[in-house]
Design a protein. Structure first.
Length: 86
């Protein structure tokens, strides 16, 4: 076996090892999707800015008075216009 053939074979083995290592590491890093959380309430609010108006909807865990709770955080909104319990 010549020196050139040994070099080509060693290069092929190294590339194969790197590809195998990359696939193995990639299998650990791959994105694992968590199941999407289901919220029990849908809240529609109202806001204006200059001449613009919007009626955004958001999902929430709970609602108390003018406070919307979602994932342990809270938002105070005095312009809640619609609530749907799912």
């Amino acid at each position: 076996m010549t020196h050139n053939e040994k070099y080509t074979m060693a290069k092929g083995i190294m590339i194969g090892c790197f590809v195998t290592l990359g696939v193995w590491i990639g299998s650990f890093i791959s994105e694992k999707k968590e199941p999407e959380k289901e919220y029990s309430i849908e809240v529609q609010t109202y806001w204006t800015s200059d001449d613009l108006q919007s009626y955004p909807k958001m999902d929430a865990d709970s609602l108390r008075g003018d406070t919307i709770f979602r994932d342990g955080n809270w938002i105070v909104n005095k312009k809640i216009i619609n609530v749907i319990f799912k």
